[in-house]
Write a protein that binds this ligand. Structure first.
Ligand SMILES: Cc1ncc(C[n+]2csc(CCOP(=O)(O)OP(=O)(O)O)c2C)c(N)n1
Ligand SMILES: [Mg+2]
Length: 371
């Protein structure tokens, strides 16, 4: 039997509760659209508040249209985003153009708002190589499919910025499931050790496909995982655009000041299926849980808040919806006009100097395609 003096050291229940208490959820705007934490209110002008709303409304439409284009066979891979607009768009809104985004597969909206033309996002969905050719000055990488891999890449990009003395940050996104991957821990640990200017976001939408977050980890929060890496961890209401913005803006300032990385857990929910490839959420989520989260909707609460300030109305909202539909129509048309992808295109864009085996394959495919 263990000596009595050691018992307290091994009382993990007590330890864990103490740790979790240190990660309260930051909320600024409640479900009714009221400010509940004036002190944490970020410094945003009326125009900026309206712009953030515009982006959220626009992106909800983009999601609806992408789902229907997928069903028509006009898009390929697509991971729905509705419900996660505050986590995705308010975090990107706190960035500057020179900051670098390393997204996961659900994070296409952030890279579009960071400058990736929409038609290229559609080409990415179709598996067309041009969807991965980021225009000069658009500091984003293609959405990562390997869960968590972008966390390590983010640590590297951030360290590179630090070594060059750049006043910018690298930001990456994964999900609650991603926070169980080795890459997640390696990424935050490395960035912490080198004080790299990185922001690590975990969008905790409660499920990794069908696996609930409670089965993902025995830890009570994901934010607390920052402690082991020696970096700050913050849990925010991921349905509250103001809380997400405030947390990311603060993390960015810290990073720029040389104070190192931050881990931010956003509590959120995806309303739709995991992807459009046959997932049926009714098999693992109750309609009560869906209802509970839909009441927290980021667009609803932000709309109430802005209407209360006289900054938003139905007419403005309809204008954004029409603008989004028009842009999407034009972007899909432009994607349709992209040259058909050839195997030789795929080979030629990979290396500056082709290795011998690919040179051989290039010749074979040139021959095939000429027929
Ligand atoms: C390394 C790796 N393992 C497994 C998968 C298969 N996979 C794709 S999505 C997913 C769940 C990820 O869930 P989460 O991180 O919570 O992100 P969410 O889809 O909820 O945004 C898994 C296991 C993968 N893509 N990569
Ligand atoms: Mg998830």
């Amino acid at each position: 039997m263990a000596a009595k003096t050691n018992e307290a050291l091994f009382d993990s229940q007590q330890q864990l509760e103490k740790v979790a208490e240190q990660f309260p959820t930051l909320q600024i705007l409640n479900e009714e659209g009221q400010i509940v934490n004036e002190a944490a209110m970020p410094d945003l002008s009326d125009d900026q508040l309206k712009e953030l709303m515009r982006r959220m409304v626009y992106t909800r439409i983009l999601d609806q249209r992408s789902i229907s284009l997928n069903r028509q066979g006009r898009l390929g891979f697509y991971a729905p985003t509705a419900g996660q607009e505050a986590s995705q768009l308010a975090s990107q809104f706190a960035l500057e153009k020179e900051d670098f985004i390393l997204p996961g597969y659900r994070d296409v909206p952030q890279i579009v708002w960071h400058g990736l033309p929409l038609y290229q996002a559609f080409l990415f969905s179709r598996g067309h190589y041009h969807g991965n050719q980021m225009p000069e000055g658009v500091n984003v990488i293609s959405p990562q499919i390997i869960i968590g891999a972008q966390y390590i890449q983010c640590a590297g990009v951030a360290l590179g910025m630090k070594k060059r003395g750049a006043k910018s940050v690298a930001i990456t996104y994964t999900g609650d499931g991603g926070a169980s991957q080795g890459d997640f821990y390696e990424g935050i640990n490395f960035a912490g050790a080198y004080k790299a200017p990185a922001i690590f976001i975990v969008q905790n939408n409660r499920f990794a496909i069908s696996t609930p977050v409670e089965k993902q980890s025995a830890a009570k929060t994901i934010a607390q995982k920052a402690v082991a890496a020696g970096i700050p961890g913050v849990q925010v209401d991921g349905m509250d655009p103001l809380a997400v913005y405030a947390a990311v803006a603060e993390a960015r300032q810290r990073a720029i000041n040389g104070e190192g990385p931050t881990l931010i857990e956003t509590l959120t929910y995806r309303y739709g299926p995991h992807t459009m490839a046959g997932d049926d959420p009714t098999r693992y989520r109750s309609s009560e849980l869906d209802d509970e989260w839909e009441k927290k909707d980021p667009l609803v609460r932000f709309r109430k808040f802005l209407e209360g300030k006289g900054l938003w109305n139905e007419e403005l909202e309809n204008k954004v919806i029409e603008e989004a539909k028009e842009d999407i129509k034009n972007a899909i048309k432009k994607a349709d006009e992209a040259p058909k992808q050839k195997v030789t295109d795929l080979i030629s864009i990979m290396y500056e100097n082709l290795p011998l085996n690919l040179q051989e394959q290039m010749e074979i495919y040139k021959e095939k395609e000429s027929k």
